[in-house]
Write a protein that binds this ligand. Sequence first.
Ligand SMILES: [Zn+2]
Length: 127
Amino acid sequence: MQTVDRSIKRLEAMGAIRVDRRVHPDNPKLPIPSVYELLPYKPQPPLVQKPVIPGPRKRLPISATKRARILDRDGHRCRKCGVAEDLTIDHVLHWSRGGSNADDNLRVLCRSCNSRRHDGDLEGIDS
Ligand SMILES: [Zn+2]
């Protein structure tokens, strides 16, 4: 009986039911049935959070001013072979590996050197 009372109290606290605990008009100790009213009840969403599935990081564009700054810093030349044409801004630590757009993770490479750079470090300029 106590378990039922506890459950009823919990349902009341949740706002799922309303209980009219009636008292006998002549003798308050004489038990008479309570009236239970079901209330429109919206179940609460479960507290379990959806697992976050890590997807590919959205690539942030390198701004024109940053690009110009990196080009100036590196003397408008490929850091690998020194050519001054077809220059690209390269991520030292690849974006896909968590590298950032911070200046010290960016460098100038020509398109040719950049494309020859597989997924590792370029000989001669890293370390
Ligand atoms: Zn080059």
